[in-house]
Design a protein around this ligand. Structure first.
Ligand SMILES: [Zn+2]
Length: 297
């Protein structure tokens, strides 16, 4: 067995997963990963049969909250790190229904979404009028990109470091690479284990912590400007509550009231302080966000 990050032969089992798979942690570099690695054929067959994308509406205004969250999140990093490029060609890789592509357009980039699903590409084009295409980064010219984002993508790639090494060659100096992944060190994973978002089987073949996400980028030739769980990527354990309330009480008036009360308590009482803690420490966030630029050769 070989660690996808450092190629070490030694790892420790953490969780038992379906179909003879395990979550393992490398004894050398602490990278956490799915083992055995699924083949490309297996994953393609899985993605072709699974409803992967949440395309619930064809009305642009229904996505306004998501688009404006992404716009302000990325815009804040542009303002915080003034050397980052703010115009030119931007690519959102694994663009799904196109909300990030729309946000990049608003920020002033020439934005392109790369997306493998034809259904998602069609939806993004019709809802937002954004430019979408199939393909990979090999099709882009070297030193051509002013910005690259991947949201909920890197944990799906069986060779994450090789992908970032390729991405590095496509980026210009001072082009931001912005990547969001589930946080392995989340409360939700500690609470739910193999049922958590971080360990979705067989989709999530890599599980990142603050340390291993940083190392993956640095080993691939990037300088890390920021890593953490900024809002809205703070703590999230409501999914577990909701599911356990639903399982115990069923879908009735009492469970609806209870879920509403838990949601209110979460938003106004439970989360504000933990979110500050999460932002400062990098522990327990639902997702990790990293902002990096290619390092000098
Ligand atoms: Zn390793």
């Amino acid at each position: 067995m070989v660690c996808p990050l450092c190629a070490s032969q030694r790892a420790t089992k953490l969780y038992t997963l379906p179909e003879g798979h395990e979550t393992r942690r490398c004894d050398t570099c602490a990278f956490v990963f799915l083992w055995p690695r699924p083949t490309a054929d297996y994953l393609n067959a899985y993605y072709n049969s699974a409803p992967v994308y949440d395309l619930t509406s064809d009305t642009p205004s229904d996505y306004e909250g998501v688009v404006s969250d992404k716009t302000s999140l990325i815009g804040r990093f542009m303002a915080r790190f003034p050397r980052l490029l703010t115009d030119g060609q931007a690519v959102d890789f694994g663009a799904g229904n196109g909300t990030t592509v729309k946000a990049l357009e608003r920020l002033g980039f020439d934005a392109l979404g790369i997306e493998i699903s034809a259904r998602a590409r069609t939806a993004a084009q019709s809802v937002f009028g954004v430019t979408m295409q199939d393909g990979d980064l090999n099709a882009m010219a070297e030193n051509s990109l002013s910005f690259l984002s991947l949201f909920d993508v890197l944990e799906h790639l069986t060779e994450p470091k090789a992908f970032l090494e390729l991405a590095r060659t496509r980026l210009k100096d001072n082009a931001a690479c912005v990547v969001g992944v589930p946080n392995y060190n989340s409360l939700e994973r500690m609470w739910l284990g193999p049922r958590s978002k971080a360990l979705i089987f067989p989709e999530h073949v890599n599980q990142f912590t603050t340390q291993t996400l940083r190392r993956t980028f640095e080993d691939a030739g990037f300088d890390v400007l920021y890593i953490g769980s900024p809002p809205p990527y703070g703590v999230a354990i409501s999914f577990g509550w909701r599911r356990s309330v639903g399982a115990r009480l069923g879908r009735n008036a009492l469970s609806r009231v209870l879920i509403q009360a838990l949601t209110w308590a979460k938003r106004y009482l439970v989360y504000p302080l933990p979110n500050l803690f999460v932002e400062k420490t990098g522990l327990f966030g639902q997702s990790l966000l990293i902002v990096a630029t290619r390092s000098a050769a």
